[in-house]
Design a protein around this ligand. Sequence first.
Ligand code: PEP
Ligand code: MG
Length: 590
Amino acid sequence: MTFQSAECNPSVLTGLAASPGVVIGEVFRIHDRVDIPRQNIPVNGVPTEIHRFLHAVKQVKKDLREIRQRLHLDANRDGADIFKAHLMMLEDPTMVERVRDRIATIHVNAEAAVTDIGAEFVDVFSESKNPYFRERSVDLNDLVQQIVSVLMGEERLDLFNRENEVIVVAHNLTPSDTVLMRKTNVLAFVTEVGTRVSHTAILARSLGIPAVVGVGSDITKAQTGDTMVVDGTHGRVIMQPDKEQIFEYQIEREKYAKVEEDLSALRAIDLQTTDGKGVEIAANIEFLEEIELIQKFGGKGVGLYRTEYFYMDRDGLPSEEELFEDYRHMVEQVSPEAATIRTLDIGGEKLVPHLDIGSSMDSLMGLRSIRLCLKYPDIFMNQLRAILRASDYGNVKIMFPMISGLDELREAKWHFEKAQALLSTERIPFDPNVEIGAMIELPAAALSADLLAKEVDFFSIGTNDLIQYTIAIDRRNEETLPLYEPLHPAVLRLIRDVLRVAEEAGIEITVCGEMAGDPVLSVLLIGMGYEKLSMSPTVIPEIKKVLSSISLKDAEQLVDEIMKLSTAGEIETHIWRVAMDRFPELLNWV
Ligand code: PEP
Ligand code: MG
């Protein structure tokens, strides 16, 4: 760790508070873009330059083998597979030959040659129609960075080879990078770009890793080994803090730990508002490891199991048996509470690289989620059978994501019934009364909720996608981030109206998008009449604190008032004023 003396100016950067917590630690910089030295070399310098390049390739191969080995020892198969893919690319002689040729013919230094040829390969990969190759372009880019780092004499400090805990600083991280981080020594992460509602940020919250995203280009000044303070609660990053700031943040960290401790006292309470309205809180999870957090933070059952992460970063599709074991484990642990398993919701940013099934998987409007399952019934059937088999071990509910209308819902149910019929014929036990739900996350579903309600047992509102598709923006995109507005009257009206439809139809309804886990927005949901929310386990205590300190009556009045306003800005200002007058508890969050 390098400490900067007090007379230098430490930099405080602000970004989006993606996942709470305060840490002070050493930076590990994942280089995405490096300033590459570019020089012409004399003809007699060519052999030396080629030798430097080949030596760097050898070094990177050695590092990759070591990392793979280590991940295997840690039984981290997902991670090991990624590094296997890196190694395979490096062992392909084509790229190495092209770099050699470039040094020999153009007379440039090895750093420039490998960058140029690497960029050509990355372009070819990223323009491929095959999603597997498009995803590999990220790996290829990473490989080029690694070779250049070695050439530039940068110490090869790989994240997975480190003994000590680090703060990862990167241009951006993908959900699969974050999946990998759960098995490594990551204290926190900070990214130059990114949004609070991207799946990477959602994962950070689920895993309890403090994170600040969208910090901007100044973060690129941070280097491996620098000291950094990350305040994920307020979205602040201090690069090279002076001793005073370190001291201040040590106190802040202790305060945060104390707040966490106080909050965890709320774990066991049965949540109700001050005027006695009961609210149920379930958990959103992505991995089995999170089950213990549900207990720790006082959630009741699983309101959303994002099953797609089990399909990511592996070489092939999981077998029915593997899925069954995963679900059974989850269901047994959560029993007797409900375990709501959402069927595969891949596509968009949640890519499964080995699935070579068309080019529109990464498009938000493309072949994703239930559309993909209906087009590839074998994949769907595999999962449906596994879910049904697990239902014999507890209280399983199943829900279909991205439903756009009744036809799609009926088709999904048809496959579900077929899975039931097959299992019956094979005399494999399952619960015949598994409840079926539809996620309401497309405006089409919200507006035809009365039709859908007749054919399901419950609704679950996915506000993340509902906001994205209602306002027609990509939630990963920073440029349109200001438009991503949960308080947009159109969004609030849809959420309010779907609740009314569910009430009239007499079916259960939950909100499982990120709105449910936001202190201010959770008050609005309760004020509208929602009684069940599902969220990342780590935010449950905070929501319990807020909701147990307000009355339903006040929350209802607030909702009445904001529903009369015309813009998200007006609504926000109104909430702020009301918080000052009537909800002092909320002032921390507005
Ligand atoms: C949502 O869209 O709100 C949701 C819960 O699903 P996901 O974030 O996984 O798309
Ligand atoms: Mg969704």
